[in-house]
Ligand binder design. Structure first.
Ligand SMILES: Cc1cc2nc3c(=O)[nH]c(=O)nc-3n(C[C@H](O)[C@H](O)[C@H](O)COP(=O)(O)OP(=O)(O)OC[C@H]3O[C@@H](n4cnc5c(N)ncnc54)[C@H](O)[C@@H]3O)c2cc1C
Length: 223
């Protein structure tokens, strides 16, 4: 599900989504790698990821966004929410499986190394180089179009009853909740232009305030 997308070429965007959806649904069907599964998602309040995305119709049909009545077990409040199905990837499990699969192939050599300068890259003897350095690419290629976005996740103990994505947007702000391996992750902050890895302790208070207000409206607090 593309959330924070900054891409102007709509055809390229559609092609990337088609390819990605095709690949990961195949991985799930064939059970090639662990850590990938379909998961239901529930959007509360004004949050509607389909409103401004350029999803190809075939993927949208697969995701089947529709309105349902929703009530938490411990609450009397019934709310109408947008429900859809999407793909969940636990990066830790998935990437370690991909690496294992590569290592098993006799013609693939895995080397871990740091690239401190562009010369390190141009000195490679390989014919094709894929740049997957993420934020690090901006520094190495002196590309100021690469801008960081800082987010902080809050990890809670797993809660077996919460096995779907939950997204909320309202007077309380915006947040997401999802199971991630042996934890429950909550995401809330999204700060464009910030690239440091400093943990800001006051974020916890922000989370409590947002989820507290959500609780007032819908009757469940995931803390
Ligand atoms: C809090 C938070 C929550 C997020 N939640 C989600 C989510 O729920 N779903 C989602 O789809 N996305 C999410 N994202 C975004 C997602 O993490 C990134 O889009 C994704 O990790 C980018 O993948 P990548 O492989 O391009 O880059 P990265 O994952 O950043 O990988 C780049 C790798 O290159 C290495 N590297 C960099 N420079 C060098 C160098 N000079 N030499 C050698 N190695 C180098 C880095 O160490 C890193 O391992 C989230 C991001 C944040 C911060």
């Amino acid at each position: 599900m593309p959330f924070g997308v900054d891409i102007t070429d709509q055809k390229l965007h559609r092609d990337m989504q088609e390819e990605s959806w095709r690949y990961y649904t195949q991985c799930i069907r064939r059970q090639i790698y662990s850590g990938i599964c379909f998961r239901d998602a529930y959007c509360f309040g004004e949050y509607n990821p389909f409103a401004q995305s350029f999803l190809p119709p075939r993927i949208r049909d697969d995701m089947n966004p529709h309105r349902v009545k929703f009530k938490f077990e411990c609450s009397a409040t019934v709310t109408e929410v947008l429900k859809f199905r999407t793909i969940s990837i636990n990066g830790e499990l998935f990437l370690s499986d991909v690496l294992d699969a590569l290592r098993k192939r006799s013609n693939v050599k895995v080397i871990q190394r740091r690239f401190d300068s562009l010369e390190n890259v141009t000195a490679l003897t390989e014919g094709i180089v894929f740049n997957c350095l993420g934020l690090g690419a901006g520094k190495l290629f002196r590309d100021d179009k690469i801008v960081p976005i800082k987010g902080q996740l809050l990890y809670l103990k797993p809660q077996p009853d919460i096995n779907s994505f939950m997204f909320g947007q309202g007077n309380y702000g915006r947040f997401s909740v999802y199971p991630l391996g042996n934890k429950l992750a909550i995401g809330l902050t999204y700060e464009k232009g910030k690239g440091d890895l400093i943990l800001e302790e006051d974020v916890l208070e922000k989370y409590k305030a947002v989820l507290g207000e959500f609780y007032q409206e819908h009757g469940v607090l995931v803390f």
